[in-house]
Design a protein around this ligand. Structure first.
Ligand SMILES: [Zn+2]
Length: 540
């Protein structure tokens, strides 16, 4: 009886090697190859890589074992085919993340895969999938397909004795896996979890935290706070910061008439839009990324302003997207009023220049109630790729000839980028002009910078920085940071203006993830939920 049971058990345990060996191997390769590869290449954690491979092997064995029990054969083959195809797709995505973007697949990439704002996904696809990556992945798939094909024509399974040896090795692997059980957290299960655990709130309102806000007694608030969120503006391309081409003539005028203050040494919290906005517009910050809370469980700037009695209006010229793929939409929808000015759809439909932001808000701004407090946000298309789509013909001032020092293939991109910055300069100054007769303070900052061929290790790369390379990352988060104070504001709040001037002349390393604290500081808030505002404010 016992002998019989052991015999049966042995038969089933040997099945993966004797009948489904190629499936198990292909499954193992797809599931394993990239995770340990990442550990080795980027973290030099060789032991971890080995343990992770063992974990993947055990997982492949278990999956093959279970699938081997499925009958009839045709159903089993369908499930096997489906599993391998799904893994193939994940493999391609993960390959791209690790070797092109430089980081492991996570829920932020899952977000990109599931849709993102359409523009950014297209930008990724058009600029950031190099041919070598497509070639390598295709070649890899070809090898696996040949292997699979051969297995259907020849018996590539293991024989009796090799199967027993393999089972013995597998048992050892299971023991190692049990001993290092925490490796599950880094394994493929985690990879797939990112898709399902990527949480999207229906709205921010249901996640409001009802913060406890204490006002400081000495400072009086301001009626109109305006936040202009730009797009992909590299500080090094601004003439306000010493760029040799005149890309910011209008804003330089405002600076020269002492209405605009130019702050240096500011970084954005991430080199991409969706992530950066989450940090910039809420109390969520990079240290919280490991905490169990999601970004939307943190107090948003919209809620903070509403708590302080501000009426919030969002004018957006970026695609609205769905709730699943656009954090800007969630922030916008939390405002009491919002206008999405860009049409939905792909890049080719996103043809509204940012001037539409000025035209659409003109009426509203002209009739602002001086007794009420307003927080108005402009979300610009700015210098979003494709740069040449971001400005009308008359702003096509820079042309290839002016970039003779750069390689031929960079010149048209550089020229169109600078033209988009020049047009951006015009639009930002027009928005500031709308408020020149009001008690208003305006902050302009882009969501992040852009590499623009400055990385010596990747001289042909101009897009959003990758996080794999700290040097490139540092280039991708350098942003301009501007504060406009209207004459009336300067008259009413001379103390704040002094602090801004001081910061203009004495730079401080500051990350725009602390933007909510600067805004709280400007409206006279002392503490939010017991956290002092001033130490995190730019002006302190
Ligand atoms: Zn962006």
């Amino acid at each position: 009886m016992l002998r019989n049971i052991i015999h049966q058990l042995g038969y089933y345990l040997l099945k993966p090697f004797r009948e489904h060996f190629i499936f198990m191997i292909v499954f193992f390769i797809l599931v394993t190859f990239l995770l340990p590869a990442y550990e080795i290449v980027y973290n030099q954690l060789y032991i971890n890589a080995i343990i992770l491979s063992i974990h993947c092997f055990v997982l492949s064995f278990i999956v093959t074992l279970v699938i081997g029990l499925i009958k009839p054969k045709i159903l089993r083959q369908i499930i096997q085919g489906f599993l391998l195809s799904a893994l193939g797709v994940l493999f391609a995505i993960s390959f791209y993340c690790i070797f092109v973007l430089g980081y492991l697949f996570d829920s932020d990439v899952a977000q990109l895969v599931l849709g993102t704002d359409i523009n950014e996904a297209k930008e990724f696809a058009s600029v950031m999938i190099p041919k070598w990556a497509i070639f390598t992945v295709s070649f890899f798939f070809l090898i696996l397909a040949v292997l699979w094909y051969l297995s259907t024509h020849y018996n590539l399974n293991l024989g009796k004795l090799p199967s027993k040896i393999a089972l013995g090795i597998t048992c050892l692997c299971i023991l190692v896996n049990i001993d290092c059980w925490t490796i599950w957290q880094d394994g493929p299960i985690n990879f797939i979890k990112q898709f399902f655990y990527y949480q999207v709130p229906d709205d921010l309102y249901s996640h409001y935290t009802h913060p406890n806000i204490t006002f400081s007694s000495e400072q009086q608030g301001v009626n109109n706070i305006i936040l202009i969120i730009g797009e992909s503006f590299a500080r090094s391309h601004s003439s306000l910061y010493g760029y040799d081409k005149m890309t910011n003539p209008y804003l330089e005028n405002l600076r020269d008439s002492s209405m605009l203050f130019v702050i240096d040494s500011i970084d954005s919290p991430a080199p991409s839009t969706a992530l950066s906005l989450k940090y910039m517009l809420s109390l969520y910050n990079r240290d919280d990324s490991i905490a169990n809370k999601q970004w939307f469980d943190f107090t948003s700037i919209i809620e903070l302003m509403q708590c302080c009695g501000y009426d919030c209006f969002w004018f957006g010229n970026q695609a609205k997207g769905s709730r699943h793929n656009s954090s800007s939409r969630l922030f916008a929808e939390a405002c009491q009023h919002q206008q999405f000015l860009q049409q939905e759809g792909g890049d080719k439909f996103n043809t509204n220049f940012d001037k539409i932001l000025v035209d659409s808000s003109f009426n509203y701004v002209s009739h602002l109630n001086p007794e009420q407090k307003h927080f108005i946000i402009y979300h610009m298309m700015g210098s979003h790729f494709d740069f040449c789509m971001r400005y009308p013909q008359e702003y096509s001032k820079f042309s290839e000839i002016e970039y003779a020092d750069s390689p031929q293939e960079h010149r048209s991109i550089l020229a169109s980028y600078d033209n988009s910055i020049l047009y951006n300069d015009y639009i930002v100054s027009l928005i500031m002009d709308l408020y020149k007769n009001k008690d208003a303070i305006i902050i302009y900052l882009p969501d992040h910078g852009q590499v623009m061929y400055r990385d010596p290790n990747e001289p042909d790369f101009f897009a959003h920085a990758s996080e794999k390379d700290p040097k490139q990352y540092a280039l991708g988060i350098e942003i301009p940071f501007l504060i406009y104070a209207s004459p009336l504001y300067q008259e009413r709040h001379p103390d704040v203006v002094e602090r801004i001037k001081y910061r203009q002349n004495h730079t401080k390393v500051w990350n725009s993830e602390n933007l909510p604290y600067l805004i709280m500081d400007l409206i006279g808030v002392k503490e939010v939920d017991g956290v002092a505002v001033k130490p995190k404010s730019l002006l302190n």
